[in-house]
Ligand binder design. Structure first.
Ligand code: AMP
Length: 587
C-alpha cells in the first residue's frame, strides 16, 4: 500500500465526529480553551486530575452514571458509578493521610488490572501524592530498580505478587514505609511488615476535600527505558489532565454515551492516561478487563459490553487477524463506532482488516511516555492513510529535524525526507523531569525542540510516517525494553563475560528480545547452558523483559572505547550491510 492509499472518512455519521475539519480544528484550538472544558478545584484551589476525573461528575447529573465496569478473569463483574468511585477514592486518600503519606510522596502499585489499582491511582492523586504504576509481569530486578529510583514510600500490591516478587527485596528498599496487600483468599494472609488493604479502606472515612493543587504539582511517575543506564522516571504534572481530556475528545472521539475499552495495562502510560484518566474526565463508561488476551474473550467483551470506542495495540490486532474473520462474524459488534491503535507501527493491512472484519478501520496514533498523551493521530472524521500515524493534534507542533555537524537541530521542510521526529515543548502533558536525573532530561531538548528518539517522515499533506527508533530500545508486544537492563542481568550470571541485546523482528510482537552472549574462560556453549541463562534471566527480569533467544558468540563486536555495538549485532542478525564500522575494535 502506498502513501497515496486513502480510506475516505464516511460522511453518513450516526454521531458527528468531534474533529472533522482538521485545518479548522487546528486554527481555532487553544490550550486555554481546552482548559476551560474542565472545572478546576472548587474555591479556585487549582487543578487536580482526580477532581476532574471523578468528583466533578459525582457532584452533578452523572453521579449515578457507570464510570467503571470491571470484568474479572473468572467472569465476575463489578460496577462503579461516579459517586461510588468518589467515595472509594476519598477513602484511599484518607487512608494515605492516616499513614502520614503526603504531597509529593510516591505511591507505587504493582498489580494486574484489579479495581483496587484504579481506586489507588485516583485516591493518590486526591492526596496530591505521586502515582507510579509498575507492570505486574516485571520480575524482581526491574521492580527493585524502579522503586529505588522513585524512592517509593508506599506500595500497593497483591499477596501473591508480594510473596513472589517483593518480599525478598524488602531489605534493599529502606525508604519503603508501607506495603498494602490486596488479599486474594477468603481471609487476608498475615504477612509481617504489611497492612491489609481492605481493612484500612473500611476504617477510612468516605469524605475528603482535595487540598489546593497547583497545576504544576507532580502527579504521575511512569518509567520508560533508554538505550543506556537505569530506567528513566518520566514525571507528569496535574496540568496533564488538560491534554488527557482533550485528546480523549479529539483523537478518540469520546461522546457522552460512549462505552470505552482501553486494553492497555496500567503498568504502562497508555493504561493510565487512557485506561484511567481520559474516559473519566469525559464522564463516559470505561471497561476494565482483568483477563489476558484471548481473541474469543475480546470479541465477547466488545459485543456484551456494547463497546463503542476501542483503543488497542498492533500486536493484539495482528493476533486477532490470525484468528481469522470466521470468528469475528459470530459476534454482533454493531456498537463499535471508533477503533484506535497505539504503541507500535500499525501495518496498513491491519487498518484495512479493521474495515473488513469489524466494519471500521483502525485509526493509528502516536505518542510516548514522555509526551503523556496522544500527539499525532488519525481522526474519526478525517481520511486515513493506512500505514501513517496521522497528523499532529491541534495545539501540537511536530516536525522532522536533523542534527547539523555543529550539533544544532534544523527542521527538514521537504516532504518525504527521513529525520528525527521532534515536538515544540509546551503542551500540558509534557513530562516535567526524569525523576532525579536533570542531565538526562536536558539532553532531550535542543534548539527549541523536544527530540522524541523516533525516526519518521512527513508527506506533502502533513501526515507523519514512522520509520524506526533512532536508538537501540526494543519494542516487544508494545512494551519498551531497554537493552542495558537485560544485559546487566545476564552478566551477573557466573558463566557470562559479555552480553549484547537487540530487538529481532517478529511478525506478531514486532520485535522479540534476543541476547548475544560470550562466555568466561572455562565455560562452553551448550543447549543446557542456554536454557539455564534463559531461565536465570526470566526469574530476575520477568517474562516480558527477559530474552526469548540467546546466541553464543566467541566475542561481541565493540567500539575501541569498549562499548558493545548492538547496531552491528542487529545488522549481522538481519543480514544487512554493516554500515560504518570505523570505530569497531580491531579494525
Ligand atoms: P512508550 O514510551 O513505552 O509508550 O513507547 C513509545 C514509543 O513507541 C515511541 O517512541 C515509538 O517508538 C513507539 N510508538 C508509539 N506509537 C507508535 C505508532 N503509532 N507507530 C509507531 N511507533 C509507535
Amino acid at each position: 500500500m502506498s502513501w497515496s492509499t486513502i480510506i475516505k472518512s464516511r460522511r453518513d455519521w450516526e454521531v458527528i465526529p468531534n474533529l472533522h475539519d482538521y485545518r479548522d480544528a487546528r486554527r481555532t484550538f487553544s490550550w486555554d480553551k481546552a482548559r476551560r472544558e474542565l472545572d478546576g478545584l472548587p474555591g479556585n484551589l487549582g487543578l487536580n486530575i482526580a477532581h476532574e476525573a471523578v468528583d466533578r461528575h459525582a457532584a452533578g447529573p452523572r453521579a449515578n452514571h457507570l464510570a467503571l465496569r470491571w470484568l474479572g478473569k473468572k467472569g465476575e463483574v463489578q460496577d462503579y458509578s461516579y459517586a461510588e468511585l468518589r467515595d472509594l477514592t476519598n477513602r484511599f486518600a484518607n487512608l494515605l493521610q492516616r499513614l502520614g503519606v503526603g504531597k509529593g510522596d510516591r505511591v507505587f502499585v504493582l498489580a494486574g488490572r484489579i479495581p483496587e489499582l484504579y481506586i489507588t491511582a485516583l485516591g493518590t492523586l486526591k492526596n496530591r501524592s505521586i502515582f507510579c504504576p509498575l507492570f505486574s509481569a516485571f520480575g524482581p530486578e526491574p521492580i527493585r530498580a524502579r522503586m529505588t529510583i522513585g524512592q517509593a514510600k508506599v506500595l500497593v500490591t497483591t499477596e501473591s505478587l508480594y510473596q513472589r516478587k517483593v518480599a525478598g527485596l524488602r531489605s534493599s528498599l529502606p525508604f519503603l514505609e508501607h506495603v498494602l496487600l490486596v488479599s486474594e483468599g477468603q481471609k487476608p494472609a498475615e504477612m509481617p511488615g504489611t497492612y491489609d488493604y481492605h481493612r484500612l479502606m473500611n476504617d477510612a472515612r468516605s469524605q475528603f476535600t482535595i487540598g489546593s493543587t497547583d497545576p504544576e504539582d507532580l502527579a504521575l511517575l511512569h518509567f520508560t527505558s533508554g538505550t543506556t543506564g537505569t530506567p528513566k522516571g518520566a514525571v507528569h504534572a496535574h496540568n496533564a489532565v488538560v491534554a488527557h481530556h482533550i485528546t480523549g475528545k479529539l483523537a478518540l472521539d469520546f461522546h457522552k454515551d460512549d462505552v470505552f475499552w482501553c486494553t492497555a495495562d496500567p503498568g504502562w502510560v497508555t493504561g493510565t492516561s487512557y485506561g484511567i484518566i481520559a474516559p473519566l474526565t469525559n464522564g463516559i463508561t470505561s471497561i476494565v478487563d482483568e483477563g489476558d488476551f484471548d481473541a474469543e474473550r475480546w470479541y465477547r467483551v466488545l459485543q456484551d459490553q456494547k463497546v463503542s470506542v476501542w483503543y488497542t495495540a498492533p500486536t493484539a490486532i495482528r493476533m486477532m487477524m490470525k484468528s481469522g474473520t470466521g470468528l469475528v462474524r459470530k459476534y454482533n459488534l454493531r456498537n463499535l463506532r471508533f477503533l484506535a491503535s497505539v504503541g507500535e507501527p500499525l501495518n496498513p493491512e491491519a487498518v484495512v482488516w479493521g474495515q473488513q472484519a469489524l466494519g471500521r478501520p483502525f485509526h493509528d496514533n502516536w505518542w510516548q511516555t514522555e509526551t503523556g498523551g496522544i500527539m499525532i493521530a488519525n481522526y474519526a472524521g478525517v481520511d486515513i492513510r493506512p500505514g501513517s500515524m496521522g497528523r499532529p493534534l491541534p495545539g501540537i507542533d511536530a516536525a522532522i529535524v536533523r542534527k547539523t555537524e555543529e550539533g544544532c537541530v534544523e527542521e527538514i521542510k521537504e516532504s518525504g525526507v527521513q529525520g528525527e521526529l521532534a515536538l515544540r515543548p509546551g503542551w500540558p502533558s509534557m513530562f516535567r523531569a526524569y525523576w532525579n536525573d536533570p542531565e538526562r532530561y536536558k539532553k532531550c531538548f535542543t534548539g527549541g525542540w523536544y527530540l522524541t528518539g523516533d525516526l519518521a517522515k512527513r508527506d506533502e499533506d502533513g501526515y507523519f510516517w514512522f520509520v524506526g527508533r533512532a536508538d537501540d530500545v526494543i519494542k516487544t508486544s508494545g512494551h519498551l525494553i531497554g537493552p542495558f537492563e537485560v544485559e546487566s542481568v545476564l552478566v551477573e550470571h557466573k558463566a557470562v563475560a559479555e552480553a549484547g541485546v537487540i530487538g529481532k523482528p517478529d511478525p506478531v510482537a514486532m520485535e522479540v528480545v534476543k541476547a548475544f552472549v560470550s562466555l568466561k574462560d572455562g565455560y562452553e556453549p551448550s543447549d543446557a547452558l542456554r536454557r539455564e541463562l534463559l531461565g536465570f534471566a526470566r526469574t530476575r527480569l520477568g517474562a516480558v523483559v527477559a530474552p526469548k533467544e540467546i546466541q553464543f558468540l566467541p566475542t561481541l563486536p565493540k567500539t575501541r572505547s569498549g562499548k558493545i555495538m548492538r547496531r552491528l549485532l542487529k545488522a549481522r542478525e538481519l543480514g544487512l550491510p554493516e554500515g560504518d564500522i570505523s570505530t569497531l575494535e580491531g579494525t
